[in-house]
Design a protein around this ligand. Sequence first.
Ligand code: AMP
Ligand code: GLY
Length: 417
Amino acid sequence: MRVLVLGSGGREHALGWKLAQSPQMCKLFFAPGNPGTAKLGQNVSLPNHADILAFARDEAIELVIVGPEKDLVLGIADKLSEIGVPCFGPCKAAALLEGSKEFAKQVMDRVGIPTAHYGCFEDYEKAVAYVDQNSLPLVVKADGLAGGKGVTICETREDAIKALRESLLDKRFGESGSKVIIEEFLTGTEASFHIICDGQNMQALPTAQDHKALLEGNLGPNTGGMGTCSPNPVMTEAISREVMEQIARPVFAYFNEQGSPFRGVLFVGLMLTWHGPKVLEFNVRFGDPETQVMMPMLQADLLPILYQAACGELKVETLALSQHAAVCVVLAAEGYPQSPRTGDLISDVPEDRERLAVFHAGTATDAAGQLVTAGGRVMGVTAWADDIERARKRAYKAANQISFYGKYMRKDIGLRI
Ligand code: AMP
Ligand code: GLY
């Protein structure tokens, strides 16, 4: 099969790593990809949707897999469907689930999905009044896509006022933040749960736990994710079933009724509270770095699963797992998440070997052909083993070996377990 993967992160490298193992894979392209994906297939530059469509036609692409949410929110799946190219990733109408937090809340309200109480505001004064009427802490969220920076946990009234001012008045997130959600703060354990859907049939992937905060002990600012482990030990079989039946199924049924079947992966960000699982957010694509632990956990061939889902013909089976546990440690650049340093030489990257893979994210090749840093999250080092502790040890051993100026990693990924 001729496959095009859109995106350039650790997620896309991990997807490519898994897809390249498929006996059905014939030619694999990444747009734009990174130096890691260049070893698995061919990186191509396709800066806009017209380029992607022309490439898909000219290169007889049989499946496009969309990594980043932005392309989905801008309707790449609909455009590919018009020219008859199967796309793994939902249509624009369903991608709004991630493109607008207000829309996601409305869908949750309509189909009865447990989530935090909230208010939605465009007016600054009304938003401040809501803060004064509700108890702290509160969570302020930009309604639209904000590159993972749109959520602020506000411990004090001052924090909340600052977040509202930045979003609504100073337009820190542009149009994406001209509307905000103010949400009840939920306590519990977070879990990432991914469900593949062809519009009707569902297939759950291994559970994962992200570590969003920059610093050890879950302190400091939120990031895109500093590391993951899989499985998430708090997600029991019973909770997984509950999430599938009470959350995922009604969401997929809703989009079916609307005539916009969801063909792709629904990433449910959960808080497991004393009152049961509640939805923090919906994403309409694979999580990163969740994908970097989910891929090595899967024994099944991923390519036919994604192809069948894209075509609306998913054959649901029990997915055999190749390993019991996986841990991914993210190596970040100095200054991440605010303003990461780039252009530093990267050395001593171990070769992928049994039960170890190094997934590239913010890396580039400089004019001299050397590997350099080029983004906030530089690489993800993933190891897998019979249990979390062994996977953790292997991942950290390799992560310690890699060297670049200002390298930062959390030392407690998977430790609470
Ligand atoms: P989101 O993009 O909505 O998932 O928010 C990013 C992160 O902020 C989540 O992974 C949580 O760590 C945190 N967060 C979001 N909403 C809440 C909430 N209502 N209560 C507590 N933490 C939250
Ligand atoms: N790791 C969280 C995300 O991909 O949104």
